[in-house]
Ligand binder design. Structure first.
Ligand SMILES: Nc1ncnc2c1ncn2[C@@H]1O[C@H](COP(=O)(O)OP(=O)(O)O)[C@@H](O)[C@H]1O
Ligand SMILES: [Mg+2]
Length: 323
């Protein structure tokens, strides 16, 4: 059995609303989210915008504290850091790649000063030839060479794809165990996405890291990850081995998602699922299954209580009364 490096148990996150009229109300961004990630494994977190994917990554990274539930890192419950050293240790172990390659690099810093930071603050290299070697290797790994050419540039002198490569280089510079990649290619031109995805797969192999790969694209999730979790309105609706979740998509929402994405198998018949409506408000989320307001198969029991995640076998779980 491979070692569990990250586990979420019953994690919920609510963001309290501000203002007198909304006193006591909150956004239910994550509700009872649970999953485990093994060392070297890649899990895709798929869901439409507003389903709680970024919130999930942020609580794992320690950028927000969960409202309830526990996050285990290497089997140990993560708690709010009580010192700078504890905070640094968590940051080193868990690194996040943000969606926006433009916003996530400080525009006033050169690529050199952006990249030498993780080496220096985590004590991974000393200034001098050691740091130079590491900077060079770290840029070459992400396909930016000759390194010297890039080190003296500013972020605005790079293309979107090159900036995202610098972001990824910075992430790996810290020698993390877990990389949370939050839609790392969604803001890139389609023509360069594949190159960045392949590079991320190579880095994963070379470094033995675990990925939580966030995307709204089922095809990208399938390409990158061996397991897949689908979130809807803050809850995991289905989770399991990627091929099982895609070929035997079970939750009506996941079937809808599959029907709406480019055909995974050439010539595969597409299911027609009628569904209308929008993702529900997370301030007063619907009682019971969060999808029942849009679900073509909804019955009265669907609004009564939240269905449990049921095991369909082989680690494929679905949260729906139909099973
Ligand atoms: N810092 C925050 N304060 C208040 N609400 C937030 C905050 N971050 C996210 N939310 C809300 O939580 C919900 C889930 O957001 P998010 O995790 O960003 O979803 P996704 O990444 O799947 O698009 C959304 O309704 C969003 O508006
Ligand atoms: Mg997001």
């Amino acid at each position: 059995m491979s070692e569990t490096i990250l586990e979420l148990r019953g994690v919920s996150k609510r963001f309290p609303l501000r203002g007198f009229a909304s006193f006591g109300k909150s956004v239910h961004a994550m509700d009872d989210v649970g999953f485990a990630l093994a060392r070297g494994e890649s899990l895709a977190l798929v869901g439409e915008s507003g389903s709680g994917k970024t919130t999930t990554a942020s609580v794992i990274a320690g950028l927000h504290e969960p409202t309830s539930g526990t996050i285990f890192l290497g089997g140990v419950p993560a708690r709010p850091p009580r010192s700078r050293a504890e905070s640094l240790a968590r940051k080193k172990k868990v690194q996040m790649i943000f969606q926006d390659p433009f916003g996530s690099l400080n525009p006033t810093h050169t690529i050199r000063s952006i990249l030498d930071r993780p080496f220096l603050i985590h004590g991974l290299a000393r200034r001098g030839p050691e740091l130079e070697r590491k900077l060079e290797a770290c840029l070459e790994q992400v396909g930016l060479s000759p390194a010297a050419e890039y080190l003296r540039r500013f972020p605005h002198e790079l293309s979107g794809g090159q900036r995202q490569r610098v972001n990824i280089a910075r992430t790996f510079a810290a020698e993390p165990e877990i990389v949370l990649a939050d839609e790392p290619t969604s803001m890139l031109d389609v023509s360069i996405r594949m190159g960045v995805m392949n590079m991320m797969l190579d880095l994963k192999e070379a470094r033995g890291v675990s990925y939580l790969y966030i995307t709204h694209d089922l095809a990208g999730a399938r390409y990158m990850c061996s397991r897949l979790a689908v979130m809807y309105a803050g809850m995991i609706m289905e989770i399991g081995p990627t091929e099982a979740v895609i070929s035997k998509a079970s939750h009506p929402y996941v079937r809808l998602l599959k029907a709406a994405s480019p055909a995974p198998e050439a010539g595969a018949a597409r299911e027609k699922i009628g569904s209308s409506g929008e993702i529900p408000s997370l301030i007063d989320p619907p009682a019971g299954c969060r999808f029942h307001t849009r679900c073509p198969y909804a019955k009265s029991e669907c609004s009564a209580s939240v269905p449990a995640l049921r095991d369909l076998g082989g680690g494929h779980l679905v949260r729906c009364v139909l099973y």
